[in-house]
Design a protein around this ligand. Structure first.
Ligand SMILES: [Zn+2]
Length: 98
């Protein structure tokens, strides 16, 4: 290992920032829906660019930043397939996107 302090360059944008509010969020985990593995985590969306909102695919209602909600993606399709759900909508989600 090299000696001396070395500062990392640009921090990763997503899921890296630690703040107290995150302690209320559930830790990332995998859930099975219809045999499909989903990587699931909760977020407040505060790492996204300012003003960014999401449309919940279940109820088609906007999710604003600062609202605790669920981000999930198909493990096999990868993180690019991630969608943002209201927590309750995620519970109702059966693995098939409408
Ligand atoms: Zn919803």
């Amino acid at each position: 290992m090299a000696r001396g302090k070395r500062r990392r360059g640009t921090p990763k944008r997503e899921y890296e920032e630690l703040d107290v509010s995150r302690l209320r969020l559930s830790i990332p985990h995998v859930e099975l829906k219809r045999g499909i593995e989903f990587q699931v985590q909760q977020t407040m969306g505060t790492n996204a660019e300012e003003g960014k909102t999401w449309i919940c695919p279940m109820c088609v209602v906007v999710i604003e930043q600062g609202v605790v909600h669920t981000v999930a993606w198909d493990v096999h399709r990868g993180v690019q397939s991630r969608r943002h759900f209201h927590n309750n909508c995620w519970k109702l989600f059966d693995g098939l996107l409408p």
